[in-house]
Design a protein around this ligand. Structure first.
Ligand code: PMP
Length: 389
């Protein structure tokens, strides 16, 4: 069997062994429901409270902030946007976001537009960075919320989030930060930013899938979107996924402790990968910001070929890669992020999203750098567009 090399961590991280070990007792031994008053329930309540503290510590939140556990980042983003918009409707109906957000932001906003809200999507520059001047100009007296990602999951660009937070702060507009792609990859501090809301995902921290969290800072009002038994401070009904929440907590603690070491490890691999791939082959370009980028992300486009074909050929050789975000990779539409950056449609089709993980090694990069050029060469030989006239 061909050895598998995973360069598609954005689609899913393996659960850290230490996380799994910490979760296992919560399936059988400590199966209590936090809503029960008996000893098993109290044990579960304590475990969930402990996980909240681990999240608080990862992102510099305050113990008075509410950490609402959800079924994932998609639900947390829906709760942040719809919950905030509904609760604060009397103050205004205008929300500002960017063109390069994840679909779990863009689609709830589309829903809100149908409910009478107005949404402005700020464009990005050629590196995928949100245009700050356009952001300032978009503010009106009806603006009630900014919702901006810290880093882009697809092309890896890290936005100037402190400057964005300052613009929001100066205009006294609450800020929601989707920190799914950045938390655990680079330092994230909600207090420094002065953000009101922040979304996190467990799996992006090497915790289990199906768990996420919305951090709601003191003084920020949200309306629940899931109604039922009133769990999670009345903001997210449904019996808590205790084992998953415990796992997310441990994953957050490990991500915080090992942040610097992971940044060093991943940055080294990423820089070598980008350098070798873009210099070894002609008509090959890096997408996203050359330096302000996530340590785990290399997004590269190859002119005259289709990303899907490269993905397929690479998979025959054991490499797991993707053309774009896992959430959109089943469509053949070019990435909305690349189009927004001004990459033309044909070029956008030739993009590969390579996302590294803690388990990747220099040997993986050696193998990849060796395997890729013959594949690109072969595909270009079949391409009617190559060589360019
Ligand atoms: N926001 C960002 C930036 C993402 O990359 C993702 C996908 N990992 C999500 C939100 C949604 O996460 P999930 O699919 O786990 O709900």
């Amino acid at each position: 069997m061909v050895e598998r090399v995973n360069l598609n961590h954005a689609a899913g991280n393996p659960v850290d062994k230490r996380v799994l070990k910490g979760m296992l007792p919560y399936f059988q031994e400590f199966y209590g429901n936090p809503s029960s008053v008996h000893i098993a329930g109290r044990h579960a309540t304590k475990a969930v409270a402990n996980a909240r503290m681990q999240i608080v510590n990862l992102v510099g939140a305050d113990t008075k902030d509410r950490i609402v556990f959800t079924s994932g980042a998609t639900e947390a983003n829906n709760l942040a946007l719809i919950g905030f918009a509904y609760r604060n409707r009397r103050k205004g109906n205008h929300i500002i976001t960017s063109e390069v957000e994840h679909l779990s932001i863009l689609n709830p906003l589309k829903f809100l537009v149908k409910q009478g809200f107005e949404v402005t999507q700020i464009p990005v520059d050629e590196h995928g960075v949100i245009k700050l001047e356009a952001l300032k100009e978009a503010i009106t007296d009806k603006t009630v919320l900014f919702s901006v990602q810290h880093a882009n999951n697809e092309v890896g660009t890290i936005h100037p989030i402190q400057e964005i937070a300052d613009i929001a702060g100066d205009a006294k507009i609450p800020l929601h930060v989707d920190a799914v792609a950045s938390a655990g990859q680079v330092p994230v501090d909600i207090s420094d930013l002065g953000a009101s809301l922040m979304t996190l995902s467990s799996n992006d921290l090497y915790g289990p899938r199906g768990v996420g969290a919305l951090i709601i800072r003191r003084g920020t009002s949200i309306q629940p979107i899931l109604l039922g038994g009133g769990q999670e401070m009345g903001l997210r009904s449904g019996s808590e996924n205790v084992s998953g929440i415990v796992g997310m907590g441990i994953a957050a603690e490990i991500a915080g402790k090992e942040l610097e070491a992971n940044i060093r490890h991943l940055t080294k691999l990423r820089d070598r990968l980008i350098k070798e791939v873009t210099t070894k082959m002609e008509y090959t370009y890096l997408n996203g910001h050359p330096s302000h980028r996530l340590p785990n992300n290399a997004n590269i486009r190859f002119s005259f070929v289709e990303g899907e074909a490269i993905t397929l050929y690479l998979s025959f050789e054991g490499f797991l890669v993707a053309t774009s975000s896992a959430c959109t990779s089943r469509t053949l539409e070019p990435s909305h992020v690349l189009l927004s950056m001004g990459v033309d449609e044909a070029e956008a089709h030739g993009a590969l999203q390579l996302t590294l993980g803690r388990d990747n090694t220099e040997t993986h990069i050696d193998h990849f750098i060796k395997a890729l050029p013959p594949i690109i060469k072969r595909l270009r030989e079949m391409s009617p567009l190559y060589p360019p006239s």
